[in-house]
Design a protein around this ligand. Structure first.
Ligand SMILES: C[S@@+](CC[C@H](N)C(=O)[O-])C[C@H]1O[C@@H](n2cnc3c(N)ncnc32)[C@H](O)[C@@H]1O
Length: 415
């Protein structure tokens, strides 16, 4: 079988990555995009290995009742790879995400648990939520979004999952000669374009109604945006981490505060702290008799975190890579920990070091259910419990989901 062969397939359950599983006539597994469980489709093979194939459904012979017309013309086979599930009704998208989380928990943590994926408050149709979009740029200066599993770019007129504020910059319709990538971030009228050049100083930039940062050099204000969350203000410089959905930071912060239930005077460590979202809010909770140590690897994010917590002298920000040694020797004896790693998860060594550190509670915020489930197994194996697991649909139209878990030490009652 070769690329571009067409197969008729009976589509089975959803798999990590957002494709569904089917069987080719020769018995190999096929990961089919643009399909739904239970459908019968004709699919074009897009990649082959000795053990599995990838394919795009191009014709639906028997449709799922949850199939809808993709709102975006670019969310079709061979075009933009940014959205996985525009062809799926929103409630079913959330059920599919719940299935994926349940499967990873079962497979990697040995835990059978029903999961519910909750919408972010205010999200009605799953569109218009990306407060930042990164475009790749072709050598002729045309911006575009990446095709699925490809470096190829799909030029677009507009991105339907971007917010109207991001779209107001019209970056898709401009030429960015000499640029490698262009990221637009926007919060209301605050708009910033962050350009990375192919060669330093090579970018010839078009006129835009936005702040401008080129190769990390601020050229025109604003150089970042300011977000308000639960009564506090957070500055985020261009390129720094901030949750992309406008409702995400609030829903995650509320959940972390609720599950940790920090008391006045407690000691908290915020690992992978970004610009200090959780550190600042927990700093308010524990008050000046307590302390918060925020650890973050990116110096620019740390500078923002220091500014965002400047009114809280008991919150300290430290630039460091989170690893097992740091957890064992560099964070003191906290009673509460926030753990919000990138997709790779905290990792086995850091998880084991946290078990040894024995805080009372850990709030684990995870954007990858597989790495989370792998780490969770370490805690469960050491006698910890997970009394709360919440799942949020922070990335509608994609297969991505965000988790917040409360992990409780077996000794927490005694502390
Ligand atoms: C998912 S973000 C969380 C940020 C923050 N907690 C928030 O909610 O806004 C992960 C953060 O970890 C940082 N990071 C990635 N790898 C790291 C490492 N090995 N050590 C320390 N920080 C790291 C990234 O710079 C990023 O700010």
């Amino acid at each position: 079988m070769t690329d571009e062969d067409v197969l008729e397939l009976q589509v089975g359950q959803v798999a990590a990555g957002g494709s569904c599983v089917a069987r080719a006539p020769d018995g190999r597994v096929v990961f089919v995009r643009h399909a739904l469980p239970g459908e019968r489709v004709r699919a074009v093979v897009t990649a082959t290995t000795s053990s599995f194939l990838r394919a795009d459904a191009v014709e639906v012979l028997e449709a799922s009742p949850d199939r809808v017309e993709e709102p975006c013309v670019y969310a079709r086979p061979g075009r933009c790879g940014g959205c996985d599930w525009q062809h799926v009704a929103l409630p079913r998208q959330r059920l599919l995400k719940a299935e994926l989380v349940e499967e990873q928990l079962r497979r990697l943590a040995g835990l059978t648990l029903p999961v519910t994926v909750e919408p972010v408050p205010g999200d009605t149709d799953g569109l218009g939520w990306r407060t930042r979009v990164q475009f790749g740029v072709r050598s002729d200066g045309t911006p575009g979004l990446h095709r699925h599993r490809s470096h190829d770019l799909e030029p677009v007129d507009a991105c339907l999952i971007a917010t109207p504020d991001v779209e107001a910059v019209e970056a898709e319709r401009l030429r960015w000669i000499g640029a490698q990538s262009v990221e637009v971030m926007a919060e209301g009228a605050q708009r910033v374009v962050h350009v990375t050049s192919r060669r330093r100083g090579s970018a010839q930039l078009p006129e835009v109604d936005a702040g401008l940062v080129v190769d990390g050099r601020p050229l025109r204000v604003p150089h970042g945006v300011r977000h308000e969350v639960l009564g506090r203000s957070f500055e985020v410089a261009a390129g720094g981490f901030w949750q992309v959905h406008p409702g995400a930071a609030q829903v995650l912060a509320r959940t972390v505060l609720e599950v940790l239930d920090a008391q006045t005077g407690e000691r908290v460590v915020d690992l992978f702290a970004g610009v200090g979202l959780f550190a600042a809010l927990l700093g308010d909770r524990v008050g000046p008799t307590g302390s918060v140590l925020a650890i973050e690897g990116d110096a620019r994010a740390c500078a923002d975190a220091a500014r965002n917590t400047a009114d809280l002298p008991h919150v300290r920000v430290r630039t460091a890579a989170v690893d097992a040694d740091l957890v064992a020797r560099g964070v003191g004896r906290p009673s509460l920990v926030v753990l919000d790693p990138p997709r790779a998860g905290a990792g086995l060594a850091v998880s084991r070091a946290l078990v040894e550190l024995r805080p009372r509670r850990i709030a684990y915020v995870a954007c990858d259910p597989a790495s989370f489930a792998r780490d969770l197994k370490v805690f469960l194996g050491a006698g910890w419990s997970m009394p709360v697991l919440r799942a949020f649909d922070l990335f509608p139209m994609t297969e991505h989901v965000e988790l917040v878990a409360l992990l409780e030490s077996p000794r927490s009652e005694a502390i």
